[in-house]
Design a binder for this molecule. Sequence first.
Ligand SMILES: C[S@@+](CC[C@H](N)C(=O)[O-])C[C@H]1O[C@@H](n2cnc3c(N)ncnc32)[C@H](O)[C@@H]1O
Length: 229
Amino acid sequence: MSQRMTLITSPVFIPEARLKDAGSLAALFDNNNPLSLEIGCGIGDFIVQIAERHPDQNFIAIDIFNQGCRQTCSRIERSGLTNILMMRIEARYLMYHYLGKDSLQAIYINCPDPWPKERQRKRRLLNKDFLDLALYCLQDHGELNFCTDFTDYGESAAELLSQDERFENRAATPYTHDLGNYPISKYMQRFLDLDQPIFLCRYYKKTRLQVAAPNLSKGFRLRWAKENH
Ligand SMILES: C[S@@+](CC[C@H](N)C(=O)[O-])C[C@H]1O[C@@H](n2cnc3c(N)ncnc32)[C@H](O)[C@@H]1O
C-alpha cells in the first residue's frame, strides 16, 4: 500500500511498541472503564461524538491510513476528551494479539471499504471469521455495530448476523435505515446527502456463550499487519 506517511507525535497516538510495553490497552487509560473499539475510524468524527456521549467508557480508534490517523488525533486533541486513544493498526491483528477474550464492550464499524466488485468481495472485513473473532473479544451483551451505504454489503452482513444464533438483534428487522441517535460519520453523511440510505445493523452478543479462541485465518489486509509491525 503506498500512502504519504507523516510522523504522528500526538499524545493520544499509541504506537504498537508502547502497547506492547504497557501489556494492555486498559493499562494506557487511567481507569478500568469498559473499552469500545472503532475499526476504520477515517478522520475521527464518529469516535469523538460517541466518546463525548459516554465519558464513563474508554474508546480506541484504529485505522491503517496514516493521514486519517493524524486527522483523528488532531480531532481528539481539539475535543479535549481523555477517554479516546488512537492506533494505526490492522483490526484483526489488534483484536487477536492485544485485545483478546471479553475485552470489549462494543465494536463500531462504519462504512467499511465496500469492495463492490464480485471478485473483490472476499476482501470485505465482515465475514464469518471476523464474527468469530468479534464474539471472542466482546463481553457478555457486548455490541457489534455495523453500517454501510452499499446495499449488497448491508444485506449480506444483516443475513450473516441475523442467522448467527450467538447474536441478538437490537432492532425488529435484520437491518434498519432508521439511524435513531446513532452518530453520523463523514462517509455516512456523504451518502445521506445523496439521499442514499444507510444500512445499520446493531447486534448484542448473547450472554453466557462459550466462545472458543479463534484462529487468525488468512484475510485481506492481514499481510499489511505483517509488513508494518
Ligand atoms: C470508507 S472509509 C470509512 C471511514 C469512516 N468510518 C467513515 O464512516 O467516515 C474505511 C476506513 O477503514 C480503514 N480500514 C480498512 N480496512 C481496515 C482494517 N482491516 N483495519 C483497520 N482499518 C481499516 C480504511 O483505511 C479507511 O480509512
